[in-house]
Design a protein around this ligand. Structure first.
Ligand code: HEC
Ligand code: HEC
Length: 231
């Protein structure tokens, strides 16, 4: 884990340096773009530097994590800004136990979190107007959990900005996330959130999987947004 983190950090530094070099050696045709950068207060990090550490996982289509089981990393482009900040703080303070994200969030200041959250939130795509209604057994589970009451239409218009958009999120990630709200007493896996904990605990693992599969089929506002210009 430490080695992975060191490698990631090295990558982050390398790509940040690469970005700066590309900027410095860019043809003189675009001087306007460079000017505001030079005027930034000393010590202020560029947006490229702030997200350099994120794009190696969240900016690659289909990128998978193998912990605690193999699943795609969550899409964060298009997610609500307040939720991104809330999630990062939950990793930082230990309410969310995922070790890698804890290490990463712990290195971010409040200002970094806000800037990063606004950057990713601005990448939202428009969700479809009419949700595909759940059918059969899933319709029962969906009604029992009252999912749309908080996550909104298409599960993409949450009633509170600190709640996540989940429509169209990767099914395997949704399943891992839902199970984590049921997990107590494990030092590396679990999320202590009163609201989702109470909901997830009403369902069996198989039922959570069925819900995750359905939620992933909705037309949502989340996407993976590669950042080739930052590499
Ligand atoms: C090594 C790969 C990796 C890197 C690098 C990484 N993440 Fe993550 N991120 C993950 C994984 C895996 C999860 C899911 C963790 C869990 O199960 O709670 C996650 C979860 C998140 C979440 C919660 C998403 C949700 O829907 O609840 C946010 C927000 C997030 N990451 C932001 C970031 C930011 C910002 C950065 C860069 C500063 C970053 N991540 C760097 C792998 C990574
Ligand atoms: C009373 C409001 C409420 C209801 C009802 C609700 N949720 Fe949530 N949900 C939340 C909140 C708040 C969070 C953020 C929790 C956190 O910070 O970890 C959340 C988080 C989630 C996440 C994690 C998202 C991510 O990106 O990691 C999933 C998945 C989820 N909910 C699915 C569901 C499903 C499926 C249902 C219906 C069975 C449901 N929720 C019903 C409020 C609700």
């Amino acid at each position: 884990m430490n080695k992975l983190f060191t490698t990631l950090f090295a990558l982050a530094v390398a790509s940040a340096t690469g970005g700066a070099f590309a900027q410095a050696s860019a043809p003189a045709a675009k001087p306007a773009a460079a000017a505001p950068k030079a005027a930034a207060p000393a010590g202020a990090k560029s947006m490229e530097a702030k997200i350099a550490m994120c794009i190696g996982c969240h900016g690659i289509k289909g990128y998978q994590s193998s912990f605690p089981e193999v699943h795609k990393v969550p899409m964060i482009s298009g997610q609500t800004a307040k939720y991104i900040v809330a999630a990062l703080n939950a990793y930082k303070n230990g309410d969310r136990k995922h070790p890698t994200m804890r290490g990463i969030a712990g290195s971010l200041s409040d200002a970094d979190m806000n800037d990063i959250a606004n950057f990713y939130a601005a990448q939202a795509t428009k969700a479809a107007d009419s949700p595909a209604a759940p059918e059969g057994k899933v319709a029962e589970l969906y009604a029992k959990g009252n999912c749309a009451a908080c996550h909104g239409k298409n599960l993409s218009t949450p009633i509170d900005p600190s709640y996540p958009k989940i429509g169209g999120q990767h099914a395997d990630y949704l399943f891992v996330a839902l199970k984590s709200y049921k997990q107590d007493n494990n030092h590396a896996v679990g999320r202590s959130n009163g609201v989702m904990g109470a909901i997830a605990k009403q369902f069996s693992t198989a039922e959570l999987k069925a819900l995750a599969n359905y939620v992933s089929t909705l037309d949502g506002e989340l996407s993976v947004h590669p950042e080739p210009k930052f590499r």
